[in-house]
Every structure is written in C-alpha cells, then in structure tokens.
Design a protein around this ligand. Structure first.
Ligand code: SAM
Length: 454
C-alpha cells in the first residue's frame, strides 16, 4: 500500500512503484546527458506531475544517493537498476521530513524493480534494507564526500569556492531550495498591486514586488492565473525582470538617458521571449528578436501574440551579422547570452549533473564571440546590456572585464546596480542594489555598457 506523501505531492491514484519507475527513467536519462525537461516530456501525462516532483527531489539529493550507493554497492549495477536504486536512496536520505514512510518506500521500490529488471529485485531489496539498518553510520560516512555533502559535482563546488570564497556554501544550499513562482504583470494592462487583488479574488495568495513583479505563495498552473490567456501576466523570475528596466533606463538613470519610443533594439538571443516581451510591455520599440534555434524562436512569436505585442523575428547566429544585419545600427542591444545556467539550479536541478567543467570555458568563449560580433552594430552613445543566468565569474565579471580591456570605446554604465552578479540569496550580497529584488531571485549577471562617441 502507498504511504501518504509528506512533502512531495504525487498523484494519489497512481501506485508509487509506477512513479518510481518513471522517475528512474528520468534520472537515467539525465545521467546519460539528456535534460530533465526532455525526459519528462516522454512520461505519460497522468504520471508527469508526480514524476516531476520525485525527479526534482532525486536530482537535488543525487550526490548523497551516489555516495551511499558507492558505499553499499561499490560495483554499480546496470544503469536502469542503478537509477531506481539512486531514486529510492535519495528519497530515504534524511533531508528534512522524509517524503514517504521508510518501509513503504522500500516495498514500492522492490515492486518497481520487479517490473523494471526482475532479476534485480532481491539486490535492490538487500541494498535498501541495509541502508535502513545502517542509515546513521552510512550517512555520516557518505557526507565526507563533497559531492554527497553539497549535492553538486566536485568541480562545481571548487569553482564556486574560488568565485565566491565567502558565500559558496550558501549558494550551494540555496540551489537545493524550491524557487517561488514569480510573475511579471503586463504593464500595458495593469500593475502588481492590481493583479495581486485579482489573484486574491481567485483565492490565490501573492505579494507585489516592485511595480510589476508578483510572487505567488504557492505555485499553480498558468491556466489558473486570471487573464493569462489574454496576456495579463507572464511567468518570469524577479532577477530576469531586471533586464528590461536596465536597458530602457540606460546610463545614469536620468530621464534624458531613457530609450525613446521607436528606438531600434536588437534582442540577440531572444528565445523563448521573456525579455523581448518585457521590453515591449514597457515601451514602444522597434525590436529585432534573433535566436539561432528556430524551434525556440517560434515560442517568441507565440508569447508576443498572447501579450498583443510585435517584433521582427529572425532565426540566425547572432555571431554572424553578415548573414542577417541590414546595416542600420542599433540604439540598444540585449545580449542574454547562452550560459551554464548555474544561477537557475533551483528551477532546473538537472543542470549541475549535465554540465562538465570544460563547458564553462567553452561557453565563455561563445559569449566573447557574440560580444565581439555585436559591438560594431551599436550606435555611438548606444548601450549594450550583457547578461547571463550564471553565478560563475567567467561568464560574468571576468567576461566583461576582458571585453572592456579589448575595447577602449566601451564603458560600464554608472547607474547603480547596473553591473554585477546576483546570487540566489535573500540579501543579494554582491554589487546589486535594486528595488525590484527584495526576495531571492535566480542567480544572474548584468552589465550595462555604453559605447563612447568616437
Ligand atoms: C538564456 S537563453 C535566452 C532567454 C531569453 N532572452 C528570454 O528572456 O526568454 C539563450 C538563447 O540563446 C540562443 N543562442 C545560443 N547561441 C546563439 C547564437 N549564436 N545566436 C543566436 N542565438 C543563440 C539559444 O537558442 C537560447 O534560446
């Protein structure tokens, strides 16, 4: 019989053994290098919410589960069995309140093993019951392994230690928290205070953050958000909501620095269109939204249609302007560059297991290539906002320091909070001070750069 879930909400009508098997499939796929989103897309619809909840939990505690499995079964079983074992061990790891009663979880994991790989059921049973018997000692031994203690790959832990000697442990802990669901209210329709009242009428508790940000007390499907289909609101993290204001308000924060209606703006890496839409909600701009991934770019078009906004969209490599640029310079460029996504691990617990240490230098090289290619497209006195959802300095501060060294006609904007890293922590301890961020947003880096007149 299924034990009632305590902190994980799974579908009550589905046998836990079935959810464990779907979760093991997802964990196996991530370990083989596929994204969790792609893996969940293959899960039957009725089992998807429960599988997602269990997969998030397992991936948040995968380092611990791997260390325990290595102690109890040093020779890893075949990947399908290993993934099931790791899922069960992550759910049995003493992380706060356990989601399921121990023995019910083990019974269901053994039932799942019988369906998945019948010959492995006795092995799965033996490992899990031994873990229950020796849990305190095994957990203490496993915690000596940094991957188990911090639930991130060792290279990631070392990288953060180097980049944030004072805060790395907090960042790692924050990565394993659940992120709140944040909304951006469409400024063409309403504001945060007004939308919070609309939510309250639907029985949804929320609070306003700044003029157009809203944080829901509990996540909910977008279909329940009033006016969502009519473009009243979009789902967007609070840190991501800083981009539009930084680009629009410009250098010095003075009225004269604001982008004028009709300004020509390039959103160089636009898909799925969150920041493109935000820019257009705030101002009447002539926006070219570019992305090299045509499938993702289609989502920009859908988003803009839902919100009643318009931009020109082009599928192309931003690093090769000769293929798509008409020669007219831009007043402003937003480069929301491809990155490690190390700032959004709360929402994507698979990211840390998918990345490799060598990815960071490769991504930094791509970011530098895009910066170099786009800088000549900017008018004198124009502004470029560079951002990444990364907490690694190589994709943020170091990237921009090197860019400024290479370009004598580039200067960092003076606007307070225009430059620096944001950490996914409540006090956002780095350079940023911005009223839009008064609760933990994702990890981000922003730098607003102005082109000097030659
Ligand atoms: C961080 S996402 C952008 C998110 C988007 N700005 C938003 O707010 O919704 C980075 C995007 O860059 C795109 N991309 C990666 N390399 C690119 C390139 N060379 N040229 C154009 N787009 C690229 C990816 O397809 C991806 O959609």
């Amino acid at each position: 019989m299924n034990a009632p879930p305590r902190t994980i909400t799974a579908h009550p009508a589905l046998p836990l053994s079935r959810l464990l098997n779907h979760t093991a499939d997802a964990v196996q796929a991530v370990r083989a290098g596929q994204s969790l989103n792609d893996a969940l897309a293959r899960c039957p619809t009725d089992a998807r919410p429960g599988t997602q909840a269990l997969s998030f939990h397992t991936l948040r505690w995968l380092g611990s589960a791997l260390a325990v499995r290595a102690l109890l079964a040093p020779k890893a079983p075949p990947p399908p069995v290993d993934a099931l074992l790791l899922t069960a061990l992550a759910l049995l790891w003493p992380a706060g309140e356990p989601p399921y009663a121990d023995h019910a979880l083990v019974d269901q994991a053994v039932a799942a093993a019988r369906q998945r790989a019948p010959a492995s059921a006795a092995f799965v049973n033996a490992v899990l019951r031994r873990f229950l018997r020796e849990r305190d000692a095994t957990v203490a031994a496993a915690r000596r392994d940094p991957a188990a203690a911090f639930n991130h790959p060792p290279w990631w832990v070392e990288h953060l230690q180097r980049d944030w000697p004072e805060r790395w442990q907090e960042v790692l802990r924050a990565d394993n928290q659940r992120a709140p669901m944040s909304l951006r209210v469409n400024a063409r329709q309403s504001d945060a205070a007004g939308y919070v009242l609309r939510l309250a009428e639907q029985g949804l508790a929320a609070r306003a953050v700044g003029s157009h940000g809203v944080v829901l007390a509990e996540p909910c499907p977008v279909g329940r958000l009033p006016g969502f289909a009519q473009g009243a609101v979009s789902v967007q993290d609070l840190a991501a909501q800083m981009a539009a204001r930084l680009l629009l308000d410009g250098i010095g924060g003075e009225a004269s620095a604001r982008l004028l209606p009709g300004a020509r703006v390039l959103d160089a890496c636009a898909a799925p269109g969150g920041k493109t839409a935000h820019l257009l909600e705030c101002a009447d701009l002539d926006v070219l939204a570019l992305d090299q991934d045509a499938t993702r770019l289609a989502r920009v078009t859908e988003t803009l249609a839902r919100l009643g906004l318009q931009a020109q969209t082009v599928a192309a490599d931003a690093g090769q302007p000769q293929a798509w640029w008409d020669g007219r310079p831009f007043d402003a460029i937003l480069l929301d560059a491809p990155c490690s996504a190390s700032g959004i691990v709360r929402r994507h617990p698979d990211v840390r297991w998918l990345r490799r240490a060598s990815d960071i230098a490769a991504l930094a090289a791509t970011q530098a290539r895009l910066l170099e290619a786009l800088w000549p497209l900017l008018k004198p006195q124009g502004r470029l906002l560079y951002c990444t959802c990364s907490v690694f300095q190589a994709e943020g501060r170091h990237q921009i320091d090197a860019f400024l060294q290479r370009h004598g006609n580039a200067e960092v904007a003076l606007q307070p909070g225009s430059r620096g890293h944001l950490l996914p922590l409540a006090d956002n301890p780095s350079e940023h001070r911005h009223d839009a961020i008064e609760s933990p947003g994702d990890g981000f880096f922003y730098s607003l750069i102005q082109k000097r007149r030659d």
